[in-house]
Design a binder for this molecule. Structure first.
Ligand code: UGY
Ligand code: MN
Length: 265
């Protein structure tokens, strides 16, 4: 053909789109700071999870950073199954791909599809199994008991949860767990249309683990502004300044761990 070979094509047609930058050797958007971290997919390292069968996991947030909880992503393969958390540890799982079965032996057997979730109180014998490849996001925390009621096993679906009023804010908020003081954390699902942003430039006691499930935008953490996109994970320590603006063509949705209902002292 008549097309001439241009050895300097990259100079005249630079490929600055994020998908090209991802392939750049040594380049990552990930950062780890004293009070926040951004962990993007090209940095996530998967290893067999202790006690699990045919499952590889990447721990994204752990107490080694200063968090009081763990957030990890587990890729379950064919005929895979979960291990148990330590004693006194509660577990929340959210399905992002595939289909799993939850069994608590004596009581339940339940199918979980994408967008469904389960909360497992501490010391509850259970098993999550997958027949084919499935991906889940898991949060765990040592339960802080403050009264005599015991938290209950919960199974739910995101779309079934009502959208809650958030005074002064525009995002659509769903809470996946009951707000009763028995629970020491909640998982929020927050939706922003492109152009929407947090009105409050938040700085608070609570800590967060976040997975951006859909969309793209700018996350402010402390004095830094990070371009983020679906698949990115964020850790926010107590009192880190935090703010999000959704950009792009489609809505942003994120899953957010937040500790609640406990006296800071
Ligand atoms: O509830 C929250 O603290 C939430 N709005 N924070 C956040 O989105 N970074
Ligand atoms: Mn917050």
């Amino acid at each position: 053909s008549a097309t001439k070979f241009n050895p300097y094509e990259k100079v005249t047609n630079p490929s600055l789109a994020p998908r090209h930058l991802e392939d750049l050797p040594g380049f990552t958007r990930s950062v780890y700071e004293r009070d926040h971290a951004l962990i993007t997919p090209e940095s996530q390292v998967f290893n067999p999870l202790p006690g699990w069968v045919n499952t590889e996991g990447a721990y994204l947030i752990t107490p080694a950073m200063g968090a009081h909880f763990v957030m990890y992503i587990a890729k379950m393969g064919e005929n895979s199954s979960s291990g148990l958390p330590q004693n006194e540890v509660e577990r929340f799982i959210f399905l992002v791909e595939g289909e799993v079965e939850l069994s608590t032996f004596s009581r339940y057997r339940h199918h979980l599809l994408v967008d469904s979730y389960t909360y497992l109180p501490p010391n509850i014998d259970h098993k999550i199994t997958a027949a084919s490849s499935s991906t889940i996001i898991i949060f765990e925390r040592r339960y802080l008991k403050e009264r005599n009621e015991a938290p209950e096993l919960i199974i739910g679906n995101t779309e079934e949860q009502p959208i809650l009023e958030t005074s002064g804010e525009v995002f659509a908020l769903r809470k996946l767990l009951p707000t009763s003081p028995t629970y020491d954390f909640n998982i929020h699902v927050m939706d922003f249309q492109p152009g929407e942003y947090l009105n409050v430039k938040e700085l608070h006691y609570f800590q967060h683990g976040l997975v951006l499930l859909e969309g793209r935008g700018i996350y402010r953490l402390g004095e830094k502004w990070y371009p983020v996109q679906a698949g990115d994970a964020i850790w926010m320590a107590p009192f880190v300044t935090q703010w999000y603006a959704a950009l792009g063509q489609s809505k942003s949705r994120y899953l957010l761990y937040k500790d609640v209902n406990r006296d800071p002292l």
